[in-house]
Structure formats: C-alpha cells, structure tokens
Ligand binder design. Structure first.
Ligand code: C2E
Ligand code: MG
Ligand code: MG
Ligand code: MG
Length: 287
C-alpha cells in the first residue's frame, strides 16, 4: 500500500514536471516565432524629473502578444528566453529598436530624450553586447549619451575581468549605466567604486509603501544620500500616488517612474506626449 501511494505521488510529481517543461517549450517556440515574424513590441515608460515634472526619457520594456492576442508578462518569458539563450537575439533586437525609436524622437526635435534598455546577464556571457550597442548606435545615429543600459546587481557581482572590460568600453561610447532594482540583489557596493555607474534605480519594493512605512523612507533616504555623495543620480521605480511623489521629491530623489505618471505606452503615445500634451501631472510651472 505504502509502495502504491509512493508510486502515485511520484507519478503526480512527474506529470507536474512534464507540464512545466511543456509550458516552457511552448513559450520558447512561440517566442522564437515571434522574434522571426517581427511581432515583438516595445512599450516605453516615461521617466520623470521630480523637480520639474517633465518627461526626460523613457524605459523600453518588451511586450509579447501571444497567439491568443493576450500579452504575456516579461516575468514569465524572460526567464525562458534566458534559459534557452534566445535572450541574446532578443536583446539585440531590443537595443536596435529602442535606439531607432529614440533617434526618431531626436529627429523630431526632442533631442533631450533618453532611452533606457534592460540588459540580461547572458548578453554579457554569451553575446557580444559591446558590438550590439555599437551597431545599434551606428545604425540609428543616436548619440551614445542618449542611451542608458540598465544592469542588475547580479551582472556586476559576477565581476569577471571580461564583464568589467566590456562595461568600460561601453562607457567610452558615452552610454550611461544604471543599476536596476537597486537594493534587491547582493548589493556589493564595491562595484560602485570600480565602475563608472551613473544612476541607481531604487527598486519599487522600497518605494511602493514609502509614504506609510518609515523603514522604507529611511532606506530610500540613505540610498539617495549615498548616490549623491558618489555623484550618481537616483530614479525611484513604482511611484503610484501623489504622496509618494511628494516624499521622494522631499528626500531629494532626482527622477521617478510609475503608474502615477504613466504606464508603459506604445511609441506613438510617447510621441503624442512629446508633441502636445505633456504628462497629466506635469505642473504648469517648474518647482
Ligand atoms: P524592470 O526593468 O524593473 O521594469 C520595471 C517594471 O515595473 C516593468 O514591468 C513596469 O511595467 C513595472 N512598473 C512600472 N511602474 C510601475 C508601478 O507604478 N507599479 C507597478 N506595480 N509596476 C510598475 P514589466 O514591463 O512587466 O517588466 C518586468 C521586468 O522584465 C523588467 O523589470 C525587466 O527586468 C524585464 N524586462 C522587460 N523588458 C526587458 C528587455 O527588453 N530585456 C530584458 N533583458 N529584460 C526586460
Ligand atoms: Mg529596468
Ligand atoms: Mg527595475
Ligand atoms: Mg523591478
């Protein structure tokens, strides 16, 4: 009897594993087809200057509409793309497309617009990220200083001489470096000393409850102070209400992103914001 139960348990587990593997395979194949068919998209979330309310740039965020027409969240397919190595080609596409779009905004006269692109660790390990960035800038004509590369702490703590030298070469192109989700990884602060990082993006797990949680406020205050003493800028992620915006501004945080200002939007909507309306929360006067 015990043996039978064990076997059933095992079989259940096995079936569960198969479903998981199958799902990943399905995602992987679908993603491959989408990349080939050119149906992947980028949305762009405004990055707002907290002192003026103006949109100074955007973060490019990948969007994939599955065959049923529904968006599949990046949190579900990026890990699959990383596991299969597909993230290297996807990452190249993202770099090319984001630079092309930003160069258009520049050509329309919005020459201050910056675009931030998320990079995966695998693009450093398996890809030639340096060549990809050079190509994306060359093909689009976008100046390097208009491009920010967002890296996670996990890329930086790997700390191989190869990663460090690639990052130094990227900096020579004038591109800016931001640490994404700052505070959630193994924050070895030593890389801030060794690498010419420009920006810390404070993870939304510290920002979401800022107005209600004094511990979060203390952490954000400390990060902003440290960043400024190192000559870095700060971006708060996940700002969802006016009180949080107000407190971040009072704490001296430089920039912010979040649903309070705007969700990630199709390029055409960013173009419209640039040309006419501005953001809903943009004050008539600075200050
Ligand atoms: P991330 O780089 O930290 O991007 C910020 C995420 O927070 C985005 O989720 C954005 O839609 C979401 N967000 C923005 N404002 C708010 C807010 O006020 N509240 C809440 N709750 N969320 C907000 P998204 O687009 O689902 O992307 C998730 C993650 O997937 C990104 O996190 C990034 O790590 C990864 N990702 C997205 N696009 C790319 C890409 O092109 N390449 C790579 N390698 N990773 C990407
Ligand atoms: Mg990011
Ligand atoms: Mg982030
Ligand atoms: Mg995040």
């Amino acid at each position: 009897r015990a043996k039978g139960a064990g076997r059933n348990t095992f079989r259940f587990f096995d079936t569960h594993m198969d479903a998981e593997v199958e799902e990943r395979l399905r995602l992987r194949n679908g993603l491959h087809r989408a990349l080939d068919a050119g149906t992947l998209l980028l949305h762009y979330q405004p990055v707002v200057n907290l002192a003026t309310g103006a949109m100074e740039g955007v973060e490019a965020l990948i969007r994939w509409r599955g065959e049923d027409g529904q968006f599949i969240p990046p949190a579900r397919f990026i890990p699959v793309a990383e596991e299969s190595g597909l993230i290297v080609s996807i990452g190249d596409w993202v770099l090319g497309e984001a630079c092309r779009q930003a160069a258009r905004w520049h050509a329309d006269g919005h020459t201050g617009m910056k675009v931030a692109v998320n990079l995966s660790a695998l693009q450093f390990r398996r890809g030639d990220v340096e060549r990809s960035v050079v190509e994306a800038l060359r093909k689009s004509g976008l100046p390097g200083h208009a491009l920010t590369l967002e890296l996670t702490e996990s890329i930086l703590i790997s700390d191989t001489e190869q990663v460090l030298s690639v990052i130094r070469n990227l900096k020579r192109l004038g591109v800016r470096l931001a640490i994404d989700d700052f505070g959630t990884g193994y924050s070895s602060l030593s890389y801030l000393k060794r690498l010419a990082v420009d920006t810390l993006k404070i993870d939304r797990s510290f920002v979401g409850d800022l107005a209600r949680d004094p511990d979060d406020a203390a952490i954000v205050a400390a990060v902003v102070t440290m960043a400024h003493s190192l000559g870095l800028l700060t971006v708060a992620e996940g700002v969802e209400d006016e009180e949080t915006r107000r407190q971040l501004h009072a704490l001296g945080c430089d920039h912010a992103q979040g649903y309070h200002f705007a969700r990630p939007l199709p390029a055409a909507e960013i173009t419209r914001l640039l040309s006419e309306a501005g953001l809903p929360h943009e004050p008539a006067l600075a200050g």
